[in-house]
Design a binder for this molecule. Structure first.
Ligand code: ZN
Length: 337
């Protein structure tokens, strides 16, 4: 019925495929007699158009269901509250990012529902929300589509993905395709996520249909995710170790990224720690150099840059990088409930 986009696909600097793709999809839908809506701009920093649409639908006795990222659902609910809009009964399916207790609390605080989903381009859907969750992101794993195993303590620390990937934590998710129609055949492939796997009787319809395996507390260990955008650690590390020291001095150990799932007001936040010993540097200049280095080209990286910039996701903090075993990028999973 409606399509909202956080980034204007016609922005200069973006590859024309985003603008043309949106037009082609609309044209194709018109030709096939199932018209899809054109995109409405709703930036992360100003998602009010979505909240307004939700309130209007509810007023007309319809139940709107928004397919989005978990943190974007939070932003929409906060915008609704600030504007005094009643969106009780609205539903969100949130994928791409962890559904944390803090995020769920914001959405449920306005009387809406947040349903966690997990999927990937390589796999399509992997898991969907349980009606009687035992954790904020409790989901039924669709074990007819994929087999799921974990390395366990015995194989933790060995390189993943048949020897070419980073070291696997004990609870890494290793996926194998089971459907003959799978878009890509996977054999014990790790997509960079770890999870708790349980089998229990939750009593919901998905269990009655045969999906008894649950996953929850799904967290990425080799990706950086915020505001609906995911980057591989390895792409970001190049910027931290080469680009920033070359421009502002110091060594790779003077820079570090801190991913906080729930920063202020349950919003996603990436903090770039810069050693204070490097002297007086304008934070705006640091963030500009960081974004320009990450957003090279006109493709997905540029899209990420625009989305993080408009959402105010990155914060420059002058403090000593933290010394931990996990190194350049710290994934802090703080649920500030
Ligand atoms: Zn269930």
């Amino acid at each position: 019925m409606r399509w909202f986009t956080p980034v204007d696909p016609a922005l200069p600097g973006l590859n024309a495929r985003y603008r043309l793709g949106a037009r082609a999809m609309r044209l194709g839908s018109l030709l096939s007699g199932v018209p899809l809506p054109a995109a409405t701009l709703a930036p992360l920093a100003a998602p009010l158009p979505i909240a307004r649409w939700l309130a209007d639908e509810l007023k007309n006795d319809r139940i709107p269901h928004v397919w989005t990222f978990a943190s974007s659902a939070v932003l929409i609910c906060q915008a609704a509250t600030e504007a005094g809009l009643d969106i009780r009964g609205a539903r969100f399916t949130g994928g791409g990012e962890p559904t944390t207790a803090a995020r769920r609390a914001v959405v449920e605080g306005v009387g809406a529902v947040l349903l966690p989903r997990m999927g990937a381009t390589e796999t399509d859907i992997l898991a969907y929300a349980c009606v009687h969750p035992e954790a904020p992101d409790d989901r039924h794993f669709f074990d007819d589509r994929h087999a799921l195993i974990q390395p366990g303590p015995g194989f933790a620390g060995t390189p993943g993905n048949h020897g070419v990937g980073p070291a696997l934590p004990a609870k890494a998710m290793l996926l194998s395709s089971l459907l003959p129609s799978a878009p890509i055949l996977l054999l014990n492939v790790c997509m960079g996520d770890q999870a708790e796997i349980t089998r229990r009787n939750c009593g919901c319809a998905l269990e009655q249909d045969g999906w008894g395996v649950h996953i929850h507390t799904v967290r990425s260990f080799e990706k950086l995710t915020a505001g609906g955008i995911t980057l591989l650690d390895i792409d970001v590390i190049r910027v931290l170790e080469e680009v920033l020291p070359a421009r502002f001095g110091g060594s790779p150990t003077d820079y570090q990224l801190l991913e906080t799932l729930d920063g202020a007001r349950a919003r996603p936040e990436i903090r770039l720690l810069v050693n204070p010993a490097l002297g007086d540097i304008d934070p705006a200049v640091i963030s500009d150099v960081f974004f320009n280095a990450i957003g090279g080209g006109t493709g997905g990286e540029r899209l990420m840059e625009l989305q993080w910039r408009s959402g105010g996701v990155l914060r420059i903090v002058r403090e000593l990088p933290r010394k931990t075993a996990s190194g350049k990028i710290l994934h802090l999973f703080l649920d500030r409930t």
